[in-house]
Ligand binder design. Structure first.
Ligand code: ADP
Length: 448
């Protein structure tokens, strides 16, 4: 097992990784920008190295700075968390070249799944159904038009290298296609350095359902059930839950087995998530994430598995300790992403947290790096906490969520806690009847 892990991240996920390492007897190294000198992950780690100024490209995304920090502190592995360098195959290669272990899959898997066109091909080869769409990258507007005619409008233009809900455009008819093609292409070039686009049928009312898989280096793969992440704003997840209110036990087992078999046939190892859209009883693969996900606690609460611990063990070459038959999913869990934002306009609200009190009690978990007096820098993602509740069933979970949100105190900045409170009064949410467009419409109606 590793002796020392460098955590190449910040905020709640840096803390999450630190906690897993601590419980495994592994020493930790925090890296931080000058904006994060007072951050909780820096305070708790065994060692800390400042790697640059506030902009992420000069610190958390600076591969050479992160590697230097790992080298001078004698770390034997690097955990990238999510975001930043977590899906950067070149960085994973560099970590290996420096005789350290990248805590994640093989770089070839990161590379293949990071290109959504290649990922679609890989998924098809592995026997997964994909959304009807183009084969390979679109050559020009003419091909896009012909393809859209064939599959039928509306269609979604997607950047091969897109991520974080960016690089996607809905096209409702042929007259919109040419200009959408040009703008999405130049936006993709500017944002991701890769103009390649492909096209998919735009599904009007699907749910986003993803399967957590876990694979070792010896061909053993298990799945840990699904998370329903349909509550989204701007293609970004806001609330996640498991199990999905939309699936019965047979559907759950079928998609879980399909994802597990696909991961096995890809020769995948480490944690991974296969994301699907689900509409009219059918699943369509959209992408695979080759890293720890923000919403991983939902799975941890219903499976009792410490996913970060497993991820570290697998990277160290340990085999999976049990098979699929030992996976026992229990109860229901819901996660709310709490952002430092105005709950109506979603304008970021950085600044000093004058008072902080996290809820607790049975079935309540808060993953956050906040503390009273902490100053939230304006430079990074606005997510400041994840509130996760676990209960025997969905109803118990909803009651618990309400009381936990009531207990949550974050003063000095605005947060999206009121949005989550409001959601609990929406009958569709309470009844579990929502698709990926539901939250957007709900928010628009509230703003009107
Ligand atoms: P990203 O990598 O940016 O997260 P994804 O491909 O995972 O992009 O898609 C993010 C979200 O965009 C999905 O959860 C879904 O809400 C929406 N989306 C993606 N593909 C489609 C599609 N073909 N039809 C409708 N919505 C889609």
């Amino acid at each position: 097992m590793f002796d020392k892990v460098l955590i190449a991240n910040r905020g709640e996920v840096a803390l999450r990784i630190h906690r897993a390492c601590r419980e495994m007897g592994i020493k930790t190294v925090a890296v931080h920008s000058t904006a994060d000198s007072d951050a909780m992950h820096v305070r708790l780690a065994d060692q800390a190295v400042c790697i640059g100024p506030p902009p992420a490209r000069d610190s958390y995304l600076n591969k050479a700075a992160v590697l230097s920090a790992a080298t001078i502190t004698n770390a034997d592995a690097v955990h990238p968390g999510y975001g930043f360098l977590s899906e950067n195959a070149d960085f994973a290669d560099m970590v290996a070249e420096h005789h350290m272990t990248f805590i994640g899959p093989e770089p070839e898997h990161i590379r293949r799944m990071g290109d959504k066109i290649a990922a679609r091909e890989a998924a098809k080869e592995a026997g997964l159904p994909v959304v009807p769409g183009s084969e390979g990258a679109l050559q020009d507007e003419g091909e896009a038009l012909a393809m859209a005619d064939e599959i039928g409008y509306p269609v979604l233009l997607k950047a091969a290298s897109g991520g974080g809900g960016k690089g996607m455009k809905v096209v409702r008819g042929p007259n919109e296609l040419a200009s959408a093609y040009r703008t999405t292409r130049s936006e993709a070039e500017a944002a991701f350095g890769n103009p390649a686009l492909y096209l998919e049928k735009y599904l009007e009312a699907p749910r986003h359902i993803e399967i957590q898989v876990m694979a070792d280096n010896y061909g053993n793969v298990i799945h840990l059930g699904e998370r329903d992440c349909s509550l989204q704003r701007k293609h970004q997840k806001v609330v996640e839950e498991g199990p999905s209110p939309a699936l019965n036990a047979d559907q759950r087992a079928a998609i879980g087995d399909l994802a597990r078999e696909a991961a096995a046939s890809l020769g995948y190892s480490s944690l991974g998530t296969m994301e699907f859209l689900y509409e009219d009883g059918k699943f369509y693969f959209i992408e695979m994430n080759t890293r720890l996900q923000v919403e991983h606690p939902v799975t941890e609460m219903i499976s009792g598995v410490d996913l970060v611990r497993e991820q570290i063990r697998l990277a160290a070459g340990a085999p999976l300790e049990y098979g699929q038959e030992s996976v026992n999913l229990c109860g229901h869990a819901i996660e709310c992403r709490i952002n430092a934002e105005n709950p109506h306009t979603f304008a970021p609200s950085p600044g000093r947290v004058t008072e902080y009190h996290a809820p607790g009690g049975l079935g309540v978990r808060v993953d956050s790096a906040l503390y009273s007096g902490y100053r939230i820098p304006p430079t990074y993602d606005s997510m400041i906490a994840k509130l996760i509740v676990h209960g025997n069933g969905r109803n118990e979970c909803l009651m618990r969520l309400r009381r936990a949100l009531e207990e949550f105190v974050v003063e000095g900045v605005q947060t999206t806690i009121p949005l989550h409170m409001d959601l609990l009064t929406a009958p569709d949410f309470v009844n579990g009847v929502y698709d990926i467009h539901w939250l957007e419409k709900y928010v628009e109606a509230a703003q009107a």
